[in-house]
Write a protein that binds this ligand. Structure first.
Ligand SMILES: Cc1cc2nc3c(=O)[nH]c(=O)nc-3n(C[C@H](O)[C@H](O)[C@H](O)COP(=O)(O)OP(=O)(O)OC[C@H]3O[C@@H](n4cnc5c(N)ncnc54)[C@H](O)[C@@H]3O)c2cc1C
Length: 466
């Protein structure tokens, strides 16, 4: 088992402030107001503060603070933490480096090294209080002002431009703050999105899976399990085991929504019964003990919202969300939060250039994330492995280069449609039809897979043309 590759790499030094960095004038309280201070909010604030901009982050929470989310980061997410100067503090949580990934399905298990992204060769799974506190701390160190227990209750406008926020502080006092740009980094139920009329998504797909997760005191017979991020599928069930900080292992189950009633009737009972349906996960947990309650997130939907307008932008989940099944949300909130900061920092004093920059940032995010969103939606369908998916698993079990290519999709180094060359995909499709079993069902399923692939490709073409 390999050790972490970033031992040599501490936090990446903040870039020198931009040559010309103008500050808020008398009519404004900041250059940028950021609503929400976790992944997206801290990332954008760090980048803006590094550019010499005056940024005020407002969050109704007091950190460290938990939120309803599991928290696996693939290497690309860990690389983002390092860029933002938060990795050392996150690492201090004691979470193990997840240098290997395992996928089990169709009677096979595939285990591979994590791909290396910007020198990072491992994932991390750190509970949100520690993860988010490290980000907030990094934002403060970069020079952002972070006001906790501050709830944004509405927006201020100058004509058609958003020009600031109304905020209620910890003592219940209402004040107003003005800035040329307000960024909503306030999560799925974004108040900013609601205020600008963007809450209704432009694209949306309801998840076919619910989420039920709990923490287990981990005691694997083989200590190597502590460095493996694992996922197993059987029939429609999907379960994961991600070792995390505190000597715990996070076990997230994503049963099909049709099984929700069983969880409603007896959440822990159904959680344990579902683990028993995934025998390899059950074996992984021998000696482990469930601590605390099983938590749930149901009725999830993945979406893109309109995310830029005059004087406003939506970062992180406020603008775009993907089902947790591929664990991409935190990375994307950090990555596109950071890029939003880079895009707007030089143009905050020019409203026309500012609106053009936020619009361009939104288009780039959609173009880069659409295929990952489609791939996530396919995994979130809540159905059993299709014959074609099973064939791909078999191929990956026999060919480490395919297994590595699959993992590169999670690491955002490869597009989902580029895992297999077209001739290989066609060969596997043909083989799925030739296997013994229900031929008619295999044909129907393959027809559905092909129709979905065509529909997705058309959606991407449409998005590129705008
Ligand atoms: C069940 C579940 C499991 C998940 N598992 C994973 C995973 O394993 N890996 C992964 O990468 N992603 C995962 N995600 C996705 C991940 O949680 C999100 O993508 C990520 O938290 C987005 O960060 P954010 O900063 O945009 O929003 P959030 O983390 O939601 O933060 C929003 C902040 O805004 C603040 N806020 C909201 N309204 C106001 C207001 N009016 N005034 C002031 N402050 C306000 C809140 O207090 C909060 O601190 C999961 C999501 C869910 C639901």
């Amino acid at each position: 088992m390999r050790g972490p590759a970033d031992r040599a790499g501490g936090p990446v030094a903040a870039p020198a402030p931009a040559a010309v960095a103008r500050h808020a004038d008398a009519a404004t309280d900041a250059d940028v107001l950021v609503v929400g201070g976790r992944c997206a909010g801290s990332a954008v604030a760090i980048e803006l503060a590094r550019a010499g901009r005056r940024v005020v982050v407002l969050d109704r929470a007091a950190f460290p603070s938990d939120t309803l989310s599991t928290h696996l980061l693939w290497p690309a997410g860990v690389a983002e933490l390092r860029r933002l100067g938060a990795l050392e503090a996150v690492r201090a949580s004691g979470a193990p480096s997840l240098t290997r990934a395992l996928a089990g399905a169709a009677g096979m298990e595939i285990e591979v090294d994590q791909p290396v992204v910007d020198g990072i060769d491992h994932g991390l799974c750190v509970r949100r209080p520690a993860l988010d506190a490290a980000l907030v701390d990094a934002a403060r160190r970069a020079g952002a002002e972070v006001r906790e227990r501050s709830t944004v209750t509405g927006l201020l406008r100058d004509g058609d431009r958003v020009a600031g926020v109304r905020v209620r502080d910890r003592d219940g006092h209402e004040t107003t703050l003005r800035a040329p740009l307000v960024i909503g980094a306030d999560g799925r139920r974004s108040r900013v999105a609601q205020e600008v009329g963007a809450l209704e998504p432009q694209r949306e797909r309801r998840s076919g899976r619910d989420c039920f997760f709990g923490y287990w005191r981990d005691a694997p017979a083989d200590p190597a399990w502590r460095s493996i991020a694992a996922q197993w599928r059987a029939d429609g069930e999907l379960g994961t085991a991600f070792p995390c900080d505190g000597g715990l292992v996070l076990v997230l189950l994503q049963p099909p929504v049709a099984r929700r009633d069983a969880f409603t009737a007896d959440r822990e009972g159904a959680y344990r019964a579902t683990i028993a349906r995934l025998p390899a996960l059950e074996r992984r947990l021998v000696g482990a003990e469930l601590v605390g309650k099983v938590r749930s997130a149901t009725r999830l939907a993945s979406y893109f919202r309109r995310s830029a307008g005059p004087g406003w932008a939506l970062a992180g989940d406020a603008g775009h969300f993907k089902d947790p099944v591929t664990a991409q949300g935190i990375r994307d909130a950090l990555h596109y939060g950071r890029r939003l900061g880079v895009a707007v920092a030089p143009v905050l004093d020019d409203p026309v250039a500012l609106d053009a920059a936020t619009a361009r940032w939104e288009r780039e995010r959609e173009r880069e994330c659409l295929e990952v969103y489609q791939w996530t939606n396919a995994l979130a369908r809540g159905t059993a492995l299709t014959p074609l998916e099973a064939e791909v698993y078999r191929a990956a079990a026999g060919d480490p280069s395919i297994a590595a290519a699959m993992l590169e999709v999670f690491a955002r180094r490869r597009r989902p449609s580029r895992v297999l060359p077209p001739h290989r995909a066609a060969g596997l499709a043909a083989r799925s039809l030739l296997r013994r079993g229900d031929r008619r069902a295999a044909v129907t399923s393959l027809g559905r897979d092909v129709a979905t692939a065509c529909g997705d490709a058309l959606e991407r073409v449409g998005a590129r043309r705008g």
